[in-house]
Design a binder for this molecule. Structure first.
Ligand code: KG4
Ligand code: ZN
Length: 353
């Protein structure tokens, strides 16, 4: 039996979610446990690395045990362990990798380090996705939009992809988080803007849909500036003065207009990449892929263009360990496992692996 036919434990601690999951036969979700530190960091308006590491240390053992319990399996039932070893916060990554090494040493189970971004893409293979991605559907284009990345990638085979476009400044998630701060909507910004936007008019304010020359790259930092300018204008302030946080309908309209600008920019470039690559399949990944408007708009565009649109459920778009276990199943089958020398990386090459 290949390892991917067995049960794999995934562990994820790259940012502010402590997660563990058990996945069977590489795609079947048996359990998924996520302990979010969101509330702890919200008070600071963003993730505080030292606090994140400490919280991971406190939560990890309980989260792993809960994932095994929820899957109704013991250590002897498992075939391997996958753990995120980058990119991410070094202190946070170290907690997951150290624990995974200890489990590996204690049980003899093979261990693989997983690239967090590859894992986000791999979530599309989970059997609970709408139209799960399969190897037969490849090559495909995948839009990877998270707190740190906005990439359009060409996916040849699982784990083998080429970055066709990326952001030249802020990532889409970062843009949501920064705009939410300007709008007084708190952290994390994506879900907060999305919720506020439900009561707003996306056409209330004309914000730009940025382009980077004739490339498919993204640039979102100017959009945040445009949002601040818009607020200054509404409040009759000069450029040098910090605008106050909007409230009520104005806040909702600004949130809706901002969300629409980010989503339409992502949709435009992604559909252009799909057309240029001549593929028939589109997938999405990363926390921003949980955004309802983005999912609806891509679904519409794909339906009109005859493209199959694969998307993980929202809780497999935001950080989780199911995606780590899925990526690990393939790694365990296709290459040498890692050992106690496995290291952590704050940044990692994005292509292949
Ligand atoms: O993939 P992820 O959970 O962590 C990273 O790997 O970065 O992505 C987190 C990002 C945050 O910037 C968050 O604001 C954004 O994803 N996000 C959303 C939504 N849910 C999370 N952005 C827009 N709409 C959402 N519903
Ligand atoms: Zn992530």
């Amino acid at each position: 039996m290949s390892l991917s036919e067995g049960l794999i434990l995934g562990i994820e601690t790259s940012c502010d979610e402590t997660a563990a999951a058990v996945v069977a036969r590489g795609i079947h979700v048996r359990s998924s446990v996520v302990a979010s530190q969101e509330r702890v960091h919200a008070a600071f308006g963003g993730v505080v690395p030292e606090i994140a590491s400490r919280k991971h240390t406190e939560a990890l053992t309980g989260v792993v045990e809960a994932a095994l319990r929820e899957a109704d399996v013991g250590w002897s039932d498992l075939s391997g362990i996958g753990v995120t070893n980058g990119p991410g916060l070094i202190g946070s990554l170290l907690v997951g990798v150290s624990a995974a090494k200890a489990y590996h040493a204690a049980t003899g189970l093979p261990l693989v380090g997983i690239n967090h971004l590859h894992a986000h893409v791999a979530a599309n293979f989970a059997h609970i996705c709408q139209d799960p991605l399969t190897c037969d559907a490849l090559p495909a284009i995948c839009l990877v939009v998270s707190g740190g990345h906005s990439d359009i990638v060409f996916l040849r085979r699982p784990g083998d992809y080429e970055v066709l476009a990326a952001t030249v400044d802020d990532a889409a998630g970062e843009a949501f988080d920064k705009a939410a701060r300007v709008l007084g909507l708190g952290y994390p910004g994506g879900p907060a803007i999305s919720k506020a936007a439900e009561a707003g008019d996306p056409a209330a304010y004309a914000l730009p849909r940025p382009r980077v020359g004739d490339t498919l790259d993204f640039s979102f930092s100017g959009l945040k500036t445009a949002l601040i300018r818009q607020l200054q204008q509404i409040q009759g302030l000069p450029l040098s003065e910090q605008p106050g946080e909007p409230t009520g309908q104005m806040q909702a309209d600004l949130a809706a207009s901002f969300q629409s600008a980010v989503v339409e920019t992502l949709v435009r470039n992604t559909m252009q990449a799909v057309a240029a690559a001549g593929v028939a399949h589109l997938a999405i990944a990363g926390g921003v892929a949980a955004n309802r408007l983005l999912r609806e708009r891509l679904a519409e565009e794909c339906a009109a263009a005859g493209i199959t649109f694969h998307r993980p459920p929202p809780d497999l778009c935001t950080d989780n360990a199911v995606m780590i276990a899925i990526a690990a199943a393939r790694r365990l089958d296709s290459g040498e496992p890692d050992n106690l020398n496995l290291d952590v990386y704050s940044a990692m090459p994005r292509e292949c692996g």
